[in-house]
Write a protein that binds this ligand. Structure first.
Ligand code: AMP
Ligand code: MN
Ligand code: MN
Length: 364
């Protein structure tokens, strides 16, 4: 075990705008999480899980934390996520990928389960049952809607990414950053802040980025891999899908909605994997005339993964929660069923419902 390091200042957004009840973990929560790791027996088995269809924060926090546990001498360690065991191409260079096992091969009875970036058990698919076994379940997350489904919950709605919580817990465990851990946490932080562009990009976020960069990692290389590389087929697919985008200026009580969709047939025609569609929301949400943007991505015969974004006037997590999903005020999603038109109709209807103050407070 390494000497204890001074915990970094937490990269939280501060109290401004944080409603009562959205405070981060208490000292008792941190102490319980540290104890859960430190009390592992010498041959203790740890399973790390992140949410289905993992993004940069889910994979980056999980693998970065896993590399940190390795440094503490935990070697019976697996990382996994529900669904097909396919890592999206942009994340195939992440350090720590060797920890990954398919969900079907994950330890059925670990001593400690640690869950990353999932607001509820429903985001863990077939792995949800692992949290109720005999071991301890520790949850690291930053969704305000987190249901507190762990035995110990480190949930900080003011954190820009789950990696902020992961970095603090590593520091409290006395693990200092190395380049491998830092690269994972940097990928997580830069993806969830939209490359340090969103409002969550506080002074504390930049201070955390500085600690990560101080390990010698190369932000240019990492960003090119994560944000600025895609197969030519995906470029052509984006052209087609953006060409069918619709702008509805009167939607969302006049704040405007822009939306498009992509089918499994679109993917097949361009010989592309579903992950390429994750980046599609970015060119769509650039539309100046709409506060709300939406991409509807087919995942099955009558099933769609829906991404919603807002520039600030509309709380899209309220819409996503009303339609069975979740997320943050400015970035949320849900699983839609039926035809594209039916899914978009439901979104239009929800966007037309005026938010009450109580609703807003509940979502924060
Ligand atoms: P995405 O549009 O997939 O990047 O997701 C944006 C946000 O919405 C993330 O914070 C997710 O946690 C949340 N989200 C997306 N899809 C779902 C879903 N089906 N259920 C609950 N939350 C979701
Ligand atoms: Mn995520
Ligand atoms: Mn996240």
């Amino acid at each position: 075990m390494e000497p204890a390091a001074t915990p970094p200042g937490p990269a939280r957004a501060g109290v401004d705008g944080a409603a009562a009840g959205s405070a981060g973990p208490t000292e008792a929560d941190w102490a319980a999480a540290v104890a859960a790791v430190r009390r592992l027996p010498a041959d203790g088995r740890v399973l790390l899980i992140c949410h289905v269809n993992p993004d940069g924060d889910a994979l980056g926090s999980m693998l970065g934390f896993g590399l940190g546990l390795r440094r503490l001498g935990v070697d019976r360690l697996q990382a996994t996520f529900p669904g097909p065991p396919e890592v999206p191409e942009p994340f195939r260079g992440l350090p720590g990928l060797e920890l990954l096992v398919p969900a079907a091969a994950a330890d059925p009875e670990p001593d400690l389960v640690i869950c990353f970036d999932a607001a509820s058990e429903s985001r863990l698919g077939e792995l949800a049952g692992r949290l109720t076994g005999t071991g301890i379940a520790l949850v690291l997350d930053h969704h305000a809607s987190n249901t507190g489904f762990g035995d110990v919950n480190l949930v900080d709605p003011a954190a820009a990414a789950t990696s902020v919580v992961a970095e603090e817990l590593l520091a409290r465990l006395g693990v200092s950053l190395d380049a491998g851990i830092a690269e994972c946490l940097y990928v997580a932080l830069s993806t969830d802040t939209g490359s340090f562009r969103f409002d969550a990009t506080t002074v504390a976020v930049h201070e955390m980025a500085a600690r990560l960069l101080a390990t010698g990692i190369r932000p240019g290389d990492i960003s090119r891999r994560i944000f600025d590389s895609r197969p030519f087929g995906a470029v052509r697919l984006f052209g087609e899908v953006l060409g069918r985008a619709r702008l509805e200026p009167a939607a969302a009580a006049g704040h405007g909605l822009v939306w498009t969709y992509a089918t499994l047939d679109d993917l097949a025609r361009h010989d592309q994997r579903p992950y390429v569609l994750e980046a599609l929301i970015d060119p769509v949400r650039c539309t100046a005339e709409a506060d709300v943007s939406c991409v509807v991505k087919q995942t099955g015969p009558a099933e769609w993964a829906v991404s919603l974004r807002s520039k600030g006037a509309v709380d899209v997590s309220r819409v996503a929660v009303a339609l069975g999903g979740g997320g943050h005020r400015l970035a949320a999603g849900f699983t839609g069923r039926g035809t594209v038109d039916e899914v978009v109709d439901r979104i239009r209807t929800e966007l037309a419902v005026p938010a009450t103050r109580g609703d807003i407070d509940k979502q924060r």
